[in-house]
Design a protein around this ligand. Sequence first.
Ligand SMILES: [Zn+2]
Length: 136
Amino acid sequence: METVIEIEFLPGNNEQVIKEAAIVSDGAHIHFLFRPPYHMEPHGSKENGLNWEEGFLLYSQVQTVLTEALAPYDHLYAWGEDKCLLGDILNRPIHNLDAIECPVPSKLKATIHCQLPCHSFQDMRCALRNADAEYS
Ligand SMILES: [Zn+2]
């Protein structure tokens, strides 16, 4: 079985911090929003509308939560090299959809909506909608 994983980041202290993660496969949509890993002046992103302060899951759980959620799948896909780097944390390869000429997510159409208020606008980049679009 295969699945697509999508991530939206926010800039942290000289690094990209995972904010929103989505895992989409046949009949399954799993959505995660992580709390900030450390204190920083609250900031957001114009591209994805997410804010530093929001989130439900502890950042220390990123690895555990994603590893468990991805365990049932044999093949993982993500769009873009930066997201495939997540494979290093998960200790398994993630195939790059960009490299196999899957169209840019923004050119694809998602069939679902994200429940985050900041993602009710279609022009906001959303990990859940992107993952859904890439999977289909
Ligand atoms: Zn979203």
